[in-house]
Design a protein. Structure first.
Length: 462
């Protein structure tokens, strides 16, 4: 498919790099580009003379699509479509984005979100057709086609149905998140603009072993996290286990941000962004090879999106440092210090400084609880010791006669489960430094919870 790309702008300069990347991501070959600096024309969006120029370029370049890097109204789109050669489709920015989303949607959730976005895009246009046709008292007013009031009702009913199904998926995913936290996992989300290198960084952080999901498989879990130099490689979410040191961490790569997205489009993908909003820590990945002005704009927009609903700490990661020298990186750090006061500069491609990022992740994640258990030596106690090793960080394990002392730190949920299991052991256990004797004494605090209360442990580190 060959396309001519055009953009109308009123301020500063027209940057066509992102729309060109979007077009290429959708499979278009860009034959030519044109820009125009002027206010919006109500009938043609561009000036009428510019539209005639675009029509001539489409004919000369044998293009089958005119991509406009703006939002084009239905009446404007109709007028431009009548001017360009027959067979040339007029596609505006958001139609192109939805086209890419549709190509990338592989999971049920992603497909629902694309359908929701398409319906929300179509709804005001259907309303406009109906309103204009009613006012003219005849169908097809202004060449916008036949109108049918039932189409509006159908769209609204479909939107309601999709939202209900997405809400059900969101509830299931929240249950999975809580189950993972109870199993000792911290949840880290990668956020940032498309092509910032999030998928490459995920592969660098992740263990060689994938998460053993078994029956509790995440609906968006892919076999691999792709790393390609194109926009929107990741539409759904990809989750991998990462070993940052003493903690077991699940890192999720999410759909990338892009500039100038309307609220209705962001809201349509709220279900995917929930992986960011409900994480324990967010890594905001920024392409350090881009100009300072572009990095600043993307940081501001990302902050607006993240801080609106997110309560977790946010760590800014300057990625792709293999493409900049030390002086340039230092200059960008200084220039963006108000937006990113303590960024971690890494290269996901080469692995440079990723060790420092792992340490920063550990520092920023919620604090763990220190605990001390004094257990009788038995098969059940050794099973508990092994479980604590899998789910926490053991700092001391010592044996004295028929007792083992275990000092460790872990998430509060894991500490609570360890205490419960220790209380079920026959013998004496010191929980949190306080001795609990439950060999038939009246002051026993144990409860018969059994092993069923213990969720599956994460895979043992190698």
């Amino acid at each position: 498919m060959r396309a001519v790309v055009a953009k109308r702008y009123e301020h500063d300069d027209a940057d066509l790099s992102e729309i060109a990347g979007l077009a290429e991501a959708a499979g278009y070959e860009i034959a030519a580009t044109r820009t125009q600096k002027r206010t919006e024309d109500a009938a043609f969006h561009f000036g009428e003379g510019k539209v005639e120029e675009l029509a001539a370029v489409c004919a000369r370049e044998d293009a089958d699509t005119l991509i406009v890097d703006n939002e084009v109204g239905p009446y404007q789109k109709y007028n431009v479509g009548k001017t360009v050669p027959e067979g040339v489709e007029v596609v505006d920015r958001f139609t192109l984005i939805l086209e890419i989303f549709g190509q990338r949607a592989q999971t049920r959730k992603a497909q629902l979100q694309v359908e929701l976005a398409e319906l929300r895009y179509e709804l005001p246009r259907a309303e406009a057709k109906t309103s204009l046709a009613k006012r003219d008292e005849r169908p097809g007013f202004m060449g916008l086609g036949e109108y049918d009031e039932s189409r509006e009702r159908d769209i609204k009913a479909q939107i309601s149905r999709i939202r209900d199904e997405l809400d059900q998926i969101a509830e299931q995913e929240e249950t999975r998140r809580e189950r993972r936290r109870e199993s000792g996992f911290d949840l880290v989300a990668l956020a940032g603009y498309t092509n910032a290198g999030k998928s490459t960084l995920l592969r660098r952080l992740a263990d060689a072993l994938d998460i053993d999901e078994n029956a509790d498989r995440h609906p968006d879990l892919d076999d691999t996290a792709e790393s390609e130099d194109r926009l929107f490689t990741t539409l759904g979410t990809t989750t991998r286990r990462a070993d940052t040191g003493k903690r077991e961490v699940l890192v999720t790569d999410t759909v990338g941000f892009i500039s100038d997205l309307p609220h209705w489009l962001v809201d349509s993908f709220h279900s995917t962004l929930a992986s960011v909003y409900h994480a324990d820590l967010v890594l905001l990945v920024v392409d350090a090879s881009e100009p300072v002005a572009e990095m600043r704009e993307k940081l501001v927009t990302s902050h607006d999106t993240l801080y609106e609903r997110n309560e977790a700490p946010i760590v800014t990661v300057f990625n792709k440092t293999d493409q900049v020298d030390d002086d340039e990186l230092r200059h960008k750090r200084d220039a963006l210090s108000s937006l990113a006061p303590t960024p971690v500069a890494v290269s996901g491609l080469t692995g440079d400084n990723v060790g420092r990022l792992r340490a920063r992740i550990e520092d920023e994640l919620p604090d763990w609880t220190d605990e001390r258990l004094l257990l009788p030596v038995s098969d059940d106690a050794m099973s508990l010791v092994s479980w604590v090793h899998d789910n926490g960080h053991v700092t001391e394990e010592s044996y004295d006669g028929d007792q083992v002392e275990l000092v460790f730190e872990a998430p509060p949920s894991i500490v609570q489960q360890a205490r419960s299991r220790a209380a079920d052991l026959e013998g004496t256990a010191a929980v949190g430094g306080a001795v609990v004797d439950h060999r038939g004494d009246d002051h026993s605090h144990s409860e018969d919870t059994g092993d069923e209360s213990t969720p599956p442990s994460p895979p043992r580190r190698r």
